[in-house]
Design a protein around this ligand. Structure first.
Ligand code: ADP
Ligand code: MG
Length: 729
């Protein structure tokens, strides 16, 4: 009898690529087909309503209910033409995904029938039952109300038969229960602070946008094989499995030809993403086998976050259509690269990117340096917090491993920018005084006028690298909501810019020339934030030692890293920038600890079950066949000959016993450790116990299971092996 593993492997081999039918026309014609964008607003709304809505979107004007009613009417008309029957508020709770609650468009018509109904009130605000979403105790269970409120800046879109309305999600008393609400506040804070600083250089600047361009990495696995791996199914990663003899040593997967089954999936995904208004641009293989990446053109930060969340759910859906499962977990396979979501971040005005090396214009040069230095100041002051914003139970497996940024935040700038900062730092205040009355800066910062950033000047070991016109935050995990990292980054930069402006203004008020004042403060800040600036190899052992000396946050325990959110300087930053209040931070941390505990708890349970129900029985069965063989040899041959013939088998029998008894004994110890941890009430303490006393068993037991995989007869092994999960198309 062939075992399940052999059947699913054979099936996976037989699968052919699906034919994907491309929509008629060019991408430019079907782009945003399912989005109620400006073009559709213009078509479906009366002109005055259209103009009012634009004012809401562009300038944050309040939305009156009468306008909302008319907007809803226009939306309904469009949606019904598109075959839509339901609508839902779509929001980003503090779990990993998105949430929605569908309501049909129907109402009683008062004459015994039904009419399609969708009012401005339904568009603007709903009250989903919030009790099933994590709130960290802000909302006690008997007060189940939470409000979702439309975010007009993020366009409404259609998925299948449903009109999706992007919203924020807040408690009855106004605390954020989601990612979007604080992200929008952080973006507003950085806009305010950056606009004020920009006005030193150009008084016409009225608005600064935060941008985000993410690069989404993922793995694909055949769905039959996936279904035969309970660990993948229930935890998103393989909790056991020996390395494949071939994995990524040859690095032949990166930029290699995309296999046809995968190419069909990618094509389908891109078409559907474009129809939803997600501006996908690049796709390629990644370093690990079966690993890929998709990246769009960058967008305004909050919209980019929505699009990333939407794309991740689309990826899961489209993958299933093609007979795959899409793995978004940061480390689905041990020993090969994990997946990240590089978040390319920049600030821009209507006139261009603020982090772009400008070249000829000295005024812009100084502005460029200002934004680089103050970004570093934000990252330096809050390096521990930034790490807290990206660390999770799953991403902790990726950070610090050899392919990912280390669990220490530092920033790489490249040779040219580093040199300019050095020059500024070394030049003395006397020189700046001589600037008085002059507009030309080039004498004082000689490198800038022909500063051309070489984009090949890259350091892939840096978690926060300057790449020519943006910073690339590489530590973000592949399945994370990027808003978590973006809200901290934007707030930190907002605080740094605000603080910068206060100090510059003070010098100006004492009679210092504006440019001299700016340079004086920049000089101080370049010195202050020096510890965060690191051009070397972020993977090296020496860097860990060095970072410790520099006072950077080097903590590696995930639940302890979360403490950064509650440090006085973090609370001060969030409160002064009006992004999150202390009670919200406390509640959100409880959710983080609880989520961490639950993840490890589930992993430990699945792991224990697999060890006892799959691994031990299979290993024992194989051991019995060997024992049978030993008996048969003993009865067939004379004793001394039999003894010789049995030497190898007896050794293997003993080895199996050694491994199985370790496994059985330690699974029990792991269960005991869990019981102790479960009794603890305090969420932080419980998470720390799970981290310190439960998690280590997953590794120590796994070692013995992976050894057994090498010993036990291939045909008996029930779980698909790495070589099958990773190389089948
Ligand atoms: P790489 O893999 O070399 O880092 P990719 O081309 O895969 O580069 O991805 C680059 C990402 O950076 C894309 O998502 C792109 O939209 C984004 N990006 C480019 N310029 C900016 C910018 N100024 N601000 C924010 N994101 C940007
Ligand atoms: Mg990148």
């Amino acid at each position: 009898m062939a075992n399940l593993r052999f059947i699913v492997v054979e099936e996976a081999f037989k699968k052919k690529a699906l034919e994907v039918e491309a929509p008629k026309g060019r991408p430019s014609e079907y782009f945003a087909k399912y989005v109620f964008n400006r073009e559709k607003m213009f078509k479906y709304l009366p002109l005055d309503v259209y103009n009012k809505l634009r004012d809401v979107i562009d300038n944050g004007a309040p939305l009156e209910l009468s306008v909302a009613d008319q907007v809803a009417a226009g939306m309904k008309k469009w949606a019904i033409e598109m075959g839509v029957t339901h609508c839902t508020h779509w929001f980003q709770p503090l779990t990993e995904g998105t949430a929605e609650k569908h309501d049909a468009f129907v109402e009683h018509d008062g004459k015994g029938g039904m009419i399609e109904e969708f009012s401005g009130k339904e568009l603007v605000q709903q009250e989903p039952d919030a009790s099933s979403f994590p709130s960290g105790g802000i909302r006690s269970t008997f007060e189940a109300r939470g409000y979702s409120a439309w975010d007009p800046a993020s366009p409404v879109f259609i998925v299948d038969d449903t009109l999706m309305i992007p919203t924020i999600f807040i408690s009855y008393t106004g605390e954020a229960l989601d990612y979007k609400a604080p992200l929008k506040k952080a973006i507003a804070a950085v806009d305010k602070a950056a606009t004020a600083v920009c006005q030193y250089f150009n008084p016409d600047v009225k608005k600064v946008h935060a941008n985000l361009g993410w690069e989404q990495e993922y793995f694909l696995v055949d769905e039959g094989l996936y279904a035969a791996r309970p660990d993948l199914l229930l935890t998103g990663r393989t909790l056991m499995g020996h390395d494949s003899a071939k994995n990524q040593q040859m690095e032949d997967h990166y930029f290699g030809a995309i296999p046809t089954r995968v190419a069909a999936f990618m094509k389908d995904l891109e078409i559907q993403a474009l129809e939803l208004g997600i501006p996908c641009k690049t796709r390629h293989n990644e370093v690990a086998p079966n690993q890929f990446e998709i990246a769009p053109i960058f967008e305004e930060c909050s919209l980019a976050v929505d699009h990333n969340m939407l794309l991740m759910s689309l990826m899961r859906k489209v993958a299933r259509k093609h007979g795959f499962r899409c793995l978004l977990h940061e480390k689905p396979f041990k020993g090969i690269n994990g997946s990240g979501k590089h978040c390319n971040w920049s600030l821009s005005t209507d006139t261009g990117i603020l982090l772009h090396a400008p070249g000829k214009d000295e005024n812009a040069d100084l502005r460029f340096i200002t934004f680089i230095v103050e970004t570093l100041m934000g990252v330096y002051r809050h390096n521990g917090l930034l790490k807290a914003s990206i660390i999770t139970a799953s991403n902790q497996h990726r950070l610090g491993a050899n392919e990912a940024p280390p669990a220490i935040i530092s920033s790489f700038l490249g040779a040219q920018v580093s040199k300019v900062l050095d020059e500024i730092e070394k030049s003395d205040a006397g020189e700046f005084a001589s600037l008085k009355g002059k507009t030309k800066m080039s004498l004082d910062i000689p490198q800038i006028p022909d500063l051309r950033i070489d984009t090949t000047d890259r350091n892939r070991t840096s978690p926060f690298a300057f790449t020519g016109n943006r910073f690339e935050f590489r530590a973000v995990g592949s399945q994370a909501n990027p808003a978590a990292a973006m809200l901290v980054l934007n707030t930190a930069v907002a605080e740094a810019l605000t603080d910068f402006k206060t100090r510059v203004d003070e010098l100006i008020s004492k009679g210092t020339d504006k440019n001299a004042a700016i340079l004086t403060i920049l000089r101080q800040d370049i010195k202050t934030c020096k510890p965060i600036h690191f051009e070397g190899n972020g993977y090296s052992e020496e860097w860990k030692q060095e970072a410790q000396k520099r006072g950077l946050d080097c903590e590696t325990s995930c639940p302890v890293i979360f403490d950064n959110y509650l440090k006085p300087e973090s609370i001060k930053m969030f409160e002064s920038m009006h992004v999150l209040k202390k009670n919200e931070l406390i509640a959100r941390n409880d959710i983080k600890w609880e989520t961490f505990t639950k993840k490890i708890q589930i992993e430990a349970r699945v792991f224990g079950d697999l060890a006892l129900n799959h691994i031990i029985p299979v290993a024992t069965r194989y051991q019995s066949t060997l024992i049978d063989n030993v008996h048969k040899i003993s009865t067939t041959f004379p004793a001394d000959e039999a003894a010789k013939l049995n030497v190898d088998n007896i050794n293997i029998i003993k080895k199996i016993s050694k491994h199985t008894s370790f496994i059985i004994e330690n699974v029990q110890k792991m269960v005991d450790a869990r019981k102790v941890a479960n009794k603890v009430e305090d969420q932080r303490q419980k998470a720390v116990l799970y981290h310190d006393t439960v998690m280590p068993y997953l590794d120590s037991i796994r070692y013995h299971i992976d050894k057994l995989e090498l010993i036990v007869e291939d045909e008996m092994w029930t779980l698909p092996k790495y070589r099958e999960l990773l190389f089948i198309r």
